[in-house]
Design a protein around this ligand. Structure first.
Ligand code: IMP
Length: 444
């Protein structure tokens, strides 16, 4: 079939504009009712989306957030790396809480995260940190240790990779896992890594058992998604991780291993870019980052600690305290450009209540010159000094606001500054974790 036209309304993408944890899960969950399917296109169990529905918190890592709406398709597309044990754990957990997971679909071309990927992730990180401690090297990336990098590396190396479709082809699976274990055992031995050799037979048996349980979900999601578009359905693409962690466009090498900006949608789903009409960029009202890497506006003082506690800024996936900083509009503008965003969703504005003054970075200074351009190369970004503009803070709590015009003038000014600098309309402002704590549009 030739997929020529998009008969539906615009397909929409929701992507993070900073270093992750912007609250994409909540925004996806809010706008999901208008779509027929919610699609994950990149990353794996490194992502953590927390959503609060009727006071109940759900933490999802692999299952698209749209699953919380009965009758909707929730598609894990080919660009995702899938840890079968984690996926089954999430399916079982949702089932126990009465959530219907029958809309879940899994691409036969998604790559499978196996136990040796997770161990290799840990071993490589440990080796990097030891080298750093001994006085050399880039230091660890600070990964989530979910095996993401090694799994994507196998995908590109080809001969070692296992795809979801291979879970139902025991001969291919066996061969791939055996080669992987042989090579990794030899490599770990040569590197002097103190680790029990990988037992290929055990890994194969577990993968086949998981494959049997996942079998009903496995399909060719490229045709599924394009057929849906041709039939007039509209799709919602849910970005995992975030733009500044994109392997090509983020702060390399302190990034994740996939195209986590909206640019990853085409390759990660088989749906061409021309079918995506709307891109919502989600940004926190301040900045956070987990793991290593440059962070020009980082706050290593009491203000940072206060924001961390108020915003409960601890990783959904790893529990690590997040690094905190003032809002960096140089970074956000760059991300807005890369993603071609058509609207903004500003989250966690309530966390900034109670500060006398708020700082927003609008330019950098590097080598004695001012620039409004982001510096995605980590070595350059490390040398950038933020230039701030100060705004009066808003002292009253705003979590009970029900429309954007309820916000105090200082909060309205903060939102307007963001909108003016980024140059796209603010569609949503979030003032608390619950679905109800969301204000439509920019204040006037
Ligand atoms: P990896 O994706 O586990 O390889 O980790 C690479 C880098 O991306 C680390 O700094 C992680 O902390 C970061 N990272 C990956 N996924 C997320 C996310 O969903 N939110 C925030 N940081 C993330």
């Amino acid at each position: 079939m030739i997929h020529q036209s998009n008969k539906s309304g615009p397909c929409t993408a929701v992507v993070g504009l900073q270093w992750g944890d912007e609250g994409k899960g909540k925004i996806v969950d809010l706008i999901a009712p208008g779509f027929d399917a919610v699609v994950r296109y990149n990353g794996g169990a490194n992502a953590g989306h927390s959503i609060v529905v009727n006071g109940e918190r759900y933490a999802l890592h692999l299952v698209p957030s749209g699953i919380l709406y009965p009758g909707k398709l929730a598609v894990v597309a080919n660009g995702v790396v899938v840890d079968p044990d984690q996926l089954l754990k999430e399916i079982d957990g949702l089932g126990e809480r009465g959530v219907d997971t029958s809309g879940l679909r899994l691409s036969d071309r998604a790559h499978v995260v196996l136990p040796y990927h997770k161990i290799e992730d840990q071993v490589r990180e440990l080796a990097l940190s030891k080298r750093r401690d001994a006085g050399g090297g880039v230091g660890q990336i600070g990964t989530t240790k979910r095996g993401i990098g090694p799994c994507y590396a196998d995908k590109v190396l080809r001969a070692l990779a296992v795809r979801v479709g291979d879970l139902r082809r025991p001969d291919i699976l066996r061969e791939r896992v055996e080669i992987s274990c042989e090579q990794r055992n030899a490599l770990f031995g040569a590197l002097g890594v103190d680790h029990e050799p990988f037992d290929a037979a055990r890994i194969i048996d577990a993968a086949l058992a998981a494959g049997e349980r996942l079998e009903p979900l496995i399909t060719d999601t490229v045709y599924l998604l394009n057929d849906l578009i041709d039939a007039g359905s509209s799709l919602l693409f849910e970005g995992a991780n975030a733009t500044l962690l994109d392997v090509d466009h983020g702060t390399y090498p302190y990034v994740t291993s996939s195209n986590s900006s909206a640019l990853g949608i085409g390759a990660g789903t088989g749906v061409p870019a021309s079918k995506i009409g709307r891109v919502v960029g989600v940004m926190k009202a301040y900045s956070t980052r987990v793991g290593s890497g440059p962070f020009p506006t980082e706050l290593l003082d009491d203000t940072g600690d206060r924001i961390r506690e108020r915003g409960r800024e601890y990783g959904t996936t790893t529990g690590r305290p997040r690094r905190i900083g003032w809002l960096d509009l140089v970074a956000v503008r760059y991300s807005a450009m890369i993603n071609g965003i058509t609207g903004l969703a500003i989250t966690l504005l309530d966390v900034l209540a109670g500060f006398d003054e708020l700082q927003v970075c609008i330019e950098y200074e590097i080598d004695g010159k001012r620039t409004g351009r982001f510096l995605p190369d980590s070595a350059d970004l490390e040398r950038a000094t933020p230039i701030y503009t100060a705004l009066p803070g808003f002292l009253d709590q705003i979590d009970a606001a029900t429309e954007s015009n309820d916000l105090p003038d200082e909060a309205k000014r903060y939102v307007s500054l963001i909108q003016d600098h980024v140059g796209v309309p603010v569609e949503l402002v979030s003032v608390g974790p619950d679905r109800s704590q969301t204000l439509a549009g920019s204040p006037v």
